[in-house]
Design a protein around this ligand. Sequence first.
Ligand code: PEP
Ligand code: MN
Length: 369
Amino acid sequence: MYLHLQSTIDDAQRAGVDAAALQLGVRLVAPESGAQLLEGAQLLEIVSAGVPVPERGQVVSAFTVLPGVIEVLDRPGEQPLWSATRRPSTVVEVAGAVFGGGRASIIAGPCAVEDGGELLEIARAVQSRGATLLRGGAFKPRSSPYSFQGLGQRGLQHLKDVRESTGLGIVTEVLDPREIESVLEVADMVQVGARNMANSSLLKELGTVDRPVLLKRGFGATVDEFLNAAEYLLCAGNTRVVLCERGVRSFDQVTRNLLDVGAIAHLRGATHLPIIADPSHAAGRSDLVRAIGRAGMAAGADGLMVEVHLDPSAALSDGQQAIGPDELEALVADAGVLCELDGRTLLTGDHQTQHPSLPKIPTHLRGTA
Ligand code: PEP
Ligand code: MN
């Protein structure tokens, strides 16, 4: 048997674990094999200290009540931590937004932070339309090295200022483990972008931080690879993970990516982790964002992340897919109605959604995901 500890376990918690081991008559040792399966996590093998190791039930009840302990395993990595068989649902609360457990929220803002004054204007605009978190990249993972790479530290400072003026929680992307510390000074939720979904060094580091992570699906990643990326965060001790489906690459160029609504519906049942949809990077064109956002919510998403700009034609990145505040308001209203259809609630701060724009779907057609 193996004992899986949180990587953030402190000395006092570890002393409690050692005392429980002593009482059970077992020793906790570094595992001989299989440790690489859970690299980043603290995994210890439970071995005899002279007397036979007690039976599993006794070991489980002695250790799993202790702070700092995740679980007792028969084999390392035997049952993934993301699996819905482990717990019914994870609810991630971030600065007034809630994802999962029947509640949904909206993240909105520019693709990139471009200017402090403009960011504040966008923040106020999305806040008054029902967004509870502001997004905006200071470090941008651009396809071309010649494109705008983000304002970096200056962008973080703008986000910090806007957070103070509006009270909105901030979601911003981190590209490099060396930038985590400065991003954490600003971010209420840290975004891992599609291009970094499989960056295990970054994931291992973020697994040890005390901040929720928004993990975007890679555009060429299978659902299994996506969940394995989440597993890196979970097994290192960060349990506040929100998945984000943002579209996968398809053979067709009509949209930038193809929002995988089937994956959203599947993930609702397969994992306890919340999942949101990003219709902006799926659509790649502002005229389709609302329809694709609706589709994500109808498939069971626990919220949306939407790119909003006041002057999309002047945006330094992803202007072609940015919508304006009024279009966001319409999409938020749609999302509220779609949540209601399956008994969930969209949290929109003080904002009241005023334009329910979808007809009621008859009960017999409602999904049960
Ligand atoms: C973004 O959210 O601005 C972004 C770069 O998205 P993705 O990582 O999904 O391409
Ligand atoms: Mn973008």
